[in-house]
Design a protein around this ligand. Sequence first.
Ligand code: GTP
Ligand code: MG
Length: 344
Amino acid sequence: PETDADTLRTPIVAVLGHVDHGKTSLLDRIRGSAVAAGESGAITQHIGATAVPLSVISEIAGELVDPTDFDLPGLLFIDTPGHHSFSTLRSRGGALADIAILVVDVNDGFQPQTLEAIDILKRTETPFIVAANKIDTVPGWRPNENSPVQQTMESQSERVQSDLNENLYEIIGELSDNGFSADMYWRVQNFQANIGVVPVSAETGEGVPDLLTVMMGLSQRYMKEEMAIDAAGPGVGTVLEVKDTQGFGTTLDAIIYDGTIRADDTIVVGGLQGPIVTDVRALLRPRPLEEIRTEQTFEQVDAVAAADGVKIAAPDLDGAMAGAPIRVIRDRNRSEVIAEVESE
Ligand code: GTP
Ligand code: MG
């Protein structure tokens, strides 16, 4: 209910890692979509957002998850670009995150943007797990579509198992070189003290049940207090992208991470020429499981509560900036809110 002073919001999960290590593909696997295939040059160039409800997570996780163990509504995934030129977008994604998945190609190991991502996670003190992706490319691998990872690993030949383990221990070694004690996720008891490594394949879905189970468990266990928000309070968010939307002119793709934004709110948005004060004209919400970057069919809604992706239509947004803060004024003092946006 909207008046509940203590609602648990969706945790924001940033997906970070080196270019081509499979961030978008992993999200595609979870969404059942093909966003990566449609990207120009197969490179992600913007931050994306996708809300994945608990029902979908528990369906994919299967026997590994008991949905009644969870009272968080799901996970909001933030896709980030791995290409070296998008370092601002990576930090922005990292700063928004409550938790993160660091995607590492199990054959390629640590690469420059893997290290850059680690630095962001350290700086922002974001807890994370490592998805050691592309396990299906180990020579001789026999895929078991969507299988929990320990099951499929045990079903491989000894040769394949030892090749994979060698690569996995290299990643664990790299994490240790960077100051993190890490281990295979099923051996980790305390995910705050140790980084769990989850072997996965975005191509075959192997290990994806494990990845989602660990993320839900981690958020439920360690994030719950931080997720308690005043859902009816004035919304706070960040601009992901400023772009034209047919019929609405210049709009903002945004993440709301606290409170609620309503269709009749006045908002303050950071702009190139200083804060923009404007009245929301429409709130457009992507369907669940749709990437806000590529969604075509938006639903016009009266309100959006944290944490969620939303497209905001309003006059005077031409000067708005990606990365800028968004704040709802509602019953707050207008100049105080403007000052907050200015100083952020
Ligand atoms: P950027 O966003 O540009 O940083 O790349 P990304 O990390 O999102 O990688 P993307 O998902 O675009 O995948 C890069 C390539 O690796 C694509 O050709 C994918 O099909 C392939 N790929 C990703 N995951 C897997 C996997 O688990 N197995 C195999 N065999 N290929 C994969
Ligand atoms: Mg990508």
